[in-house]
Every structure is written in structure tokens, then in C-alpha cells.
Design a protein around this ligand. Structure first.
Ligand code: SF4
Length: 177
């Protein structure tokens, strides 16, 4: 299972300053090493923890592509899907949250019930730009997610490819796509 609830504030921010270890001019001759230089071991353990609101993490945001994929998967028109399952915050669509229920509404028995149709942000977890610095990785991912340290090693280039995909997803969200 690959999951992800997202910081409410993330879609109002860009990531400048968040990948502190990646900072520096692109033209810089010496590239600063990142904490995941040797890759990171990760394999989802199906805990469902990251599909549950925790701390500031709370929204599952949806791009147009996500909304269309979801609607098709559920056999609904996009309009019907939006009415039944979505809300908007600052103009950005996200899955509805039920009051008093911290879990994503598609999480049942710690399993994603829409796995094939899960949103892009769930596909890129845990390699999100905002946690790709040693401090945030430790507090927001390593200390929280039982998948860290398990399974195969994701190489630096694989991680950076996912981070890139996530940034592109973020751009789409912010531009209403
Ligand atoms: S859509 Fe699925 S993977 Fe994403 S947060 Fe909800 S239950 Fe988790």
C-alpha cells in the first residue's frame, strides 16, 4: 500500500527552503551531499498510519487527473464524484474529511480501498519534497512510518525522480489542474 495525507499548508507553499540540503545554485560546481546519498530503504508495511491525520498532515489533495481517475474507478461522473467525496480549500480539491474521523475516507481495516485509483500524492509518499531533509525525514517519516528501514533501497536518482514527480503534481494542484 502506498499512501499519504498531506500538510494542509503544503499547497499554499512552495518548497524553496524545505529541501535545505539540496539548496545551492544549480550552477554550483560542488553539489552538496544529501542525506540520502546512499539511498533509503523503504517498503510499505501496510500500517495505514500515513492515511490517518496526524499533526499537521491532514488532506488528500486531488489534481484533475486524480479526480478523473477516481471518478472512473468508482463508476461516477466527475461531477458526482466531486459532490459525494470532495471539498475545496483555497480552491484546491481534496477528499472530504469526516468530523471526528482522522482516517482517509477510503481507508478500511488499514487498507486503501481505492488502491489502483489512489491519488498521485499517495503514490509519491514518502519521498515528498517537504520531508527530504534529514531533520524532517527523521521526525515526519522515520519516527512515524514502520516502512522506513524495510525492503529494498531506493537509490538517490529514484528518490529524486519521485520528488520531481511530486513537485509537478504540486504545480498542477496550485494551478487548478
Ligand atoms: S486514497 Fe488510499 S492511499 Fe491515499 S490516503 Fe486514502 S486510503 Fe491512503
Amino acid at each position: 500500500m502506498s499512501q499519504g495525507l498531506r500538510l494542509e499548508s503544503v499547497c499554499r507553499a512552495n518548497y524553496d527552503g524545505q529541501m535545505s540540503e539540496n539548496k545551492g545554485s544549480a550552477a554550483s560546481a560542488v553539489k552538496k551531499e544529501v542525506f540520502y546519498e546512499q539511498g533509503l530503504r523503504f517498503e510499505c508495511q501496510g500500517s495505514g498510519k500515513c492515511c490517518t491525520s496526524h499533526g499537521e498532515f491532514g488532506f488528500v489533495f486531488l489534481t484533475l487527473e486524480d479526480r478523473e481517475r477516481f471518478a472512473k474507478h468508482l463508476g461516477l461522473s466527475v461531477e458526482a464524484f466531486l459532490t459525494k467525496y470532495c471539498d475545496q480549500t483555497n480552491g484546491i480539491y481534496h477528499l472530504k474529511e469526516e468530523k471526528g474521523r482522522p482516517d482517509c475516507l477510503f481507508l478500511k481495516n488499514k487498507q486503501c480501498t481505492v488502491y489502483e485509483a489512489r491519488p498521485n500524492q499517495c503514490r509519491t509518499w514518502p519521498f515528498w519534497p517537504e520531508v527530504m531533509n534529514a531533520k524532517a525525514w527523521k521526525s515526519e517519516v522515520e519516527d512515524f512510518c514502520p516502512g522506513v528501514g524495510k525492503g529494498r533501497i531506493w537509490t538517490k536518482s529514484e528518490i529524486e525522480e519521485i520528488v520531481k514527480r511530486d513537485k509537478e503534481n504540486e504545480r498542477k494542484l496550485l494551478s487548478g489542474k
